[in-house]
Write a protein that binds this ligand. Sequence first.
Ligand SMILES: NC(=O)c1ccc[n+]([C@@H]2O[C@H](COP(=O)([O-])OP(=O)(O)OC[C@H]3O[C@@H](n4cnc5c(N)ncnc54)[C@H](O)[C@@H]3O)[C@@H](O)[C@H]2O)c1
Ligand SMILES: [Zn+2]
Length: 355
Amino acid sequence: MRTLNVDLGARSYPIHIGSGLLADGDLYRPHLRSLQVMIVTNETVAPLYLEPVRQALDGLQVREVILPDGEVYKTLEVWNRIFDALLAERFARDCTLIALGGGVIGDMTGFAAACYQRGVDFIQVPTTLLAQVDSSVGGKTGLNHPAGKNMIGAFHQPRAVIADTDTLVTLPQRELSAGMAEVLKYGFIRDAAFLDWLECHMTELMSRDPEALAHAIWRSCEVKAQIVAEDEFESGSRALLNLGHTFGHAIEAGVGYGEWLHGEAVGAGICLAAVLSARLGWLTEAELERTRRLIAGAGLPTGRPAALSPERMLELMAVDKKVLAGQLRLVLLRQLGEAVVTSEFDRDELNHILA
Ligand SMILES: NC(=O)c1ccc[n+]([C@@H]2O[C@H](COP(=O)([O-])OP(=O)(O)OC[C@H]3O[C@@H](n4cnc5c(N)ncnc54)[C@H](O)[C@@H]3O)[C@@H](O)[C@H]2O)c1
Ligand SMILES: [Zn+2]
């Protein structure tokens, strides 16, 4: 097991990464303030991993809420079931919620913890690659509204993140690829050496070599933890984590949520950001090609879906949260391993690369 710390003063917490952690009660117990523990999970993850977590917490007052599986259920109505369970069981302010699942469960549980009795503790037990490298770390929690994804939410940091790499064995291949988009993202924005490493180890990673995966998760969490510690509430450098996301969110919305996985859209979005960066003269043609090869190597798409017109894509990009004072800002690549947030591009250039 390897542990790293997210350094946020009084809100600091450990991220444990390794094999067999799910069932290790000693990782949970130091963070519990009372006997009351509510595990929130979904119908897919519960049959796989609920029992070992329950056993790890043997002797405590453990209850569970099992939500339906899917991004379409990341809604206020479904979220309310967590409060129904907490209140039915008379859980008090010193209870702890445990999010057992992917990013959907993590976001919903974290937001419930932020709101229940004005805030209780929660522990993230991420079981997808995406959740282990991204959504479980950093304290962004929330829900979707019919008018937009993640439009309702709060910053609420977990007390600990327990990332058991064994859970990735049961993950569908498409979900593994989607998580790899975020792993690659860290290399592109901050760490050229990690990008080199990923390039050399992509075959092992995609065939789920446990050691390669553990290293990739560890380095990804380290980069994310560093950026979050610099800018917890996204007033500056945290925005770099959105590389590929303005394009990606437009793709997700444009093709209809669930058609493309978030990570797939982000993979294509990173390629589009690289194309624009190359047009600005920041990346060479060879670097652009390398970017596409890396993304494709993780089993991800490298361009926008044919069915989505450039006009529609631009329209959707304009409603992204990253629009500031009416001006579209994008995360682009100064070079491979260094991202910047900028509005220093011509609208025509953007039209051109989308055409
Ligand atoms: N809070 C953040 O900072 C942040 C960052 C990125 C993404 N997100 C959010 O995360 C969500 C996406 O997360 P995700 O990609 O984990 O999707 P997800 O939670 O929908 O999980 C993907 C699928 O894998 C299943 N699953 C989970 N673990 C499994 C396992 N070990 N074996 C087999 N199947 C398993 C799930 O039930 C689901 O069907 C989105 O809602 C996104 O908005 C949040
Ligand atoms: Zn993302």
